[in-house]
Design a protein around this ligand. Structure first.
Ligand code: PA5
Length: 465
C-alpha cells in the first residue's frame, strides 16, 4: 500500500486575508457530517424531497466492494470483473471503450496516468498481453470513428480470427439512452458481428443501469457478460464501479488497489481532524479564496502530461456538480510546462480571479533522462550535461511558484507520493468527496445535472426522436 497523498496550502494561505476562519472550520465540520449522513439517508431509501437527487452511494462503495471480495472470493464482483477482464485480454488485442462524460473520463484518466503514452504502439508482448485501448462514443465525429473502424477492420483482415485481429467493445451508459454512445455502439457492434456473430457474444460487454435501452439490448442479445452500474452512484461519481473497473481490469490494472486507495481516503475523510484532513482543507481553501478574493477560476496545474486526463475528469466533476443556480467555480486544467507558454502570461499578470493547485506526480517510476553532452556547444547546454530532466522540471515548478508568490498569487499543492492504482484511487475519492462537501457547504445539490438535459432534449427533438 502507498502512503496517503498530501495537500499543502501554505503558500496560498500566506496571501489569504485573515486566513481560514473558525466559522468556516465549523461549517465544514457540519458539511462533512451532512455528507456522511447522506449515506445513511440514501441507504434508508427514505429520501426527503429537498435532498433529491441523492447519489451518495459512491462514498462507502469501495469499502463494500472490498468486503464483498473478502466474503465471497471468486463469486465477488471484483473477481467477476477480473475474470471478464482476463477473458477480453486473451481474446482481443484491441479494446474500444464506448461512453461519454462520467462513463469514460475516469478510465481515460487511469489509462493516461498509469500507462506508456505510446501504449497502442507497443507490441502485444511489450503490453504484457493487454489490449490496445481506444475511447469512442464521446462525440459525434465521423472522422474519428471512420478512421478507427477502418484501422480495426484492417487488423481483422490481416490477422483473422486470432487475438491480434480481434476487437472487443465495452459499451458504457448508465441511462442506456445517451445518443452519442448508442450511435457509436451500432457502428462498432456491426464491425464485431461482421467478423463472427458467435465471437461477438464474448467480445461485447455492456455496463449499464438496471433499466434502460442498453439493459434491454443486453437482455435480448445474449452477450456472455453484462455489468451493472448501481443505483445511487451518478455518472461522474462512478469511476470505481464497473464503469472504470472493467476496462481497468481488461487493461491489466490492479483494481483491488484502486479500491483500497479510495477506501483509505474515505476513512481519512471520516476521521481526520479539520486541520489535517486533506478533503476539508482543500474545500476550505477553494471556498475561502472564492468568497474573500473572488477567485472563481480554479486551475489544476498538472506537471507532466500523464495527469492531464485526471484534470479533465475533475473539470467534469466540478462543473457538472456545482455549476448550478448561476454559481460554482470554473475549473481549468493546464499541463505544465506546456501551458506556461500559453496561459502562463494570464495566470501571472491577468485578473486576480484564480486559485492555482499544482498536481504533482511524485517520484517518477522511471530513471529520469539526463541532458547529454555534445561537442557542438553553441546552444550552451554542456553546462547542464548530466542534469536530470526531473531536476529541470523541479526548477520550473519552484520558479513558477516563486513567481506567483512574488506577485501574491495563491498556489497550493496536491502531492502524490507516486503514480499507481492505490494513489489514483485516493485522488479520485478525495476529489469526489471534496466536491460533495463543497456542495453541502454552499447549499448546492452536487448530484444530478439538470442543465445537461436541455441540449439532449433539443437534439432528440431535432432528430424527430
Ligand atoms: O455525470 C454524469 O452523470 C454524466 O456526465 C453522465 O456520465 C453522461 O451524461 C453519460 O451518461 P450515461 O452514462 O447515462 O450515458
Amino acid at each position: 500500500m502507498s502512503e496517503l497523498l498530501s495537500y499543502h496550502p501554505e503558500a496560498a494561505l500566506a496571501v489569504l486575508p485573515g486566513g481560514l476562519s473558525r466559522d468556516l472550520a465549523r461549517a465544514l465540520e457540519s458539511a462533512r457530517q451532512d455528507t456522511l449522513n447522506d449515506v445513511e439517508i440514501w441507504q434508508s431509501g427514505q429520501i426527503p424531497q429537498d435532498r433529491e437527487p441523492l447519489d451518495a452511494g459512491f462514498i462507502q462503495w469501495p469499502e463494500e466492494l472490498l468486503a464483498d471480495l473478502q466474503l465471497h472470493g471468486s463469486a465477488s464482483l471484483v473477481a467477476r470483473l477480473n475474470t471478464c477482464g482476463a477473458r477480453l485480454r486473451d481474446q482481443a488485442d484491441s479494446l474500444v471503450v464506448l461512453g461519454i462524460g462520467g462513463s469514460y473520463m475516469g478510465m481515460r484518466a487511469m489509462s493516461e496516468s498509469l500507462r506508456s503514452p505510446f501504449w497502442n504502439e507497443l507490441s502485444r508482448e511489450q503490453r504484457n498481453g493487454c489490449p490496445r485501448l481506444y475511447f469512442e462514443g464521446w462525440n459525434v465525429d465521423t472522422d474519428n470513428q471512420r478512421a478507427l473502424l477502418q484501422l480495426l477492420q484492417n487488423r481483422a483482415e490481416q490477422s483473422g480470427q486470432t487475438p491480434e485481429g480481434r476487437t472487443a467493445v465495452i459499451v458504457i451508459s448508465k441511462s442506456g439512452g445517451t445518443l452519442e454512445t448508442a450511435v457509436a455502439f451500432r457502428l462498432f457492434r456491426d464491425l464485431i458481428e461482421a467478423s463472427s456473430a458467435a465471437a461477438a457474444r464474448d467480445l461485447i460487454v455492456p455496463v449499464t443501469g438496471l433499466q434502460g435501452r442498453l439493459r434491454s439490448l443486453a437482455e435480448a442479445s445474449g452477450w456472455s457478460d453484462a455489468f451493472t452500474i448501481p443505483d445511487g452512484i451518478g455518472g461522474r461519481f462512478s469511476v470505481l464501479t464497473p464503469v472504470g473497473l472493467l476496462p481497468a481490469a481488461a487493461s491489466g490494472m490492479n483494481i483491488t488497489a484502486l479500491l483500497q486507495g479510495a477506501a483509505a481516503m474515505t476513512e481519512h475523510f471520516r476521521t481526520a481532524p479539520f486541520e489535517s484532513n486533506v478533503v476539508l482543507q482543500y474545500v476550505a481553501v477553494g471556498h475561502a479564496f472564492e468568497q474573500k478574493c473572488g477567485a472563481t477560476t480554479r486551475i489544476l496545474s498538472t506537471w507532466g502530461s500523464r495527469l492531464e486526463a485526471v484534470g479533465l475528469w475533475y473539470d467534469q466533476l466540478l462543473s457538472e456538480s456545482l455549476g448550478k443556480h448561476e454559481r460554482g467555480a470554473t475549473p481549468l486544467t493546464v499541463v505544465n510546462t506546456r501551458d506556461l507558454h500559453s496561459r502562463g502570461q494570464q495566470h501571472q499578470e491577468g485578473r486576480r480571479d484564480k486559485l492555482i493547485t499544482n498536481l504533482l506526480p511524485g517520484v517518477s517510476s522511471q530513471d529520469s533522462l539526463q541532458v547529454p553532452p555534445h561537442r557542438h556547444d553553441q546552444d550552451q547546454l554542456n553546462r547542464l550535461a548530466g542534469t536530470s530532466l526531473q531536476k529541470i522540471l523541479q526548477a520550473a515548478i519552484d520558479g513558477t511558484n516563486q513567481a506567483y508568490a512574488d506577485d501574491r498569487r495563491p498556489t497550493a499543492d496536491i502531492r502524490l507520493p507516486l503514480l499507481n492504482e492505490h494513489v489514483l484511487g485516493q485522488l479520485f475519492q478525495m476529489l469526489m468527496l471534496a466536491t460533495v462537501v463543497e456542495g453541502r457547504l454552499v447549499g448546492t445539490n452536487p448530484y444530478g445535472q439538470p442543465g445537461v438535459e436541455a441540449y439532449k432534449k433539443n437534439m432528440q427533438a431535432n432528430l424527430g426522436l
